[in-house]
Write a protein that binds this ligand. Sequence first.
Ligand SMILES: Cc1ncc(CN)c(N)n1
Length: 231
Amino acid sequence: MSQSLSESLKSLASPIINQIYNDDFIQSMLDGSTPKGSIEHYLRADHQYLNEFAKIYALLVPKAHTNEEMNFLLSQIDFVINGEVDAHYFLSEYVGKSYEDIIKGHHHWYPSADHYVKHMYYQVNMREDIAYTVAAMCPCPYVYQQLALKMKEHHSLESNHPMLKWIDFYVEGMDELLEYLFNWIDQSAEMMSQDEVEDVKMNFLQSCEHERKFFNMSYQQEDWMWNNDEQ
Ligand SMILES: Cc1ncc(CN)c(N)n1
């Protein structure tokens, strides 16, 4: 029996996730050496990213076919805005500043975050079928869940490890969400041509690479050359 599209996506994403795991951001989280400035950069970018992610979920509501799909989207808007902020509070504890102080006054999207967000907005605005956007959004929970599982699997983290609460947040809370998203992709793929399926794959894999760029952007505190007014 041939592999489902979602199974194919997961195996294609695996080498990218391994690269992210071995990059500086995750490796420094594990050894507790992440520069506080890199975490602050991440939090400023991610606060905006999650707000845009919620707005893109909202733009999917008119494309939903059932009340059940609409309720899923509403629940995810609530989670992204009001639930995932807990993961940010765990990281602001590491920095030693209040989350509100870290993110206040920050308005522009850093370059790699800009590219990632616009990749998702392009799908929701230019593609009729919801699957193209869902495929571009799915790596957001999927990559983090896989990274967190690898971090726990390969390291016996002390109970006072500074990143343990952040890691556990993504180990525990993603299964039901991911099952829904991947089923949505598989169901849509049944009515697609091979070319359309290839486009769905590209959207998913590009977002996996955008995840890698987002972490590297944070570690290197990447910004635009024109912006020189931020701490
Ligand atoms: C950029 C990004 N990607 C994924 C996640 C995890 N939902 C996040 N908070 N930020």
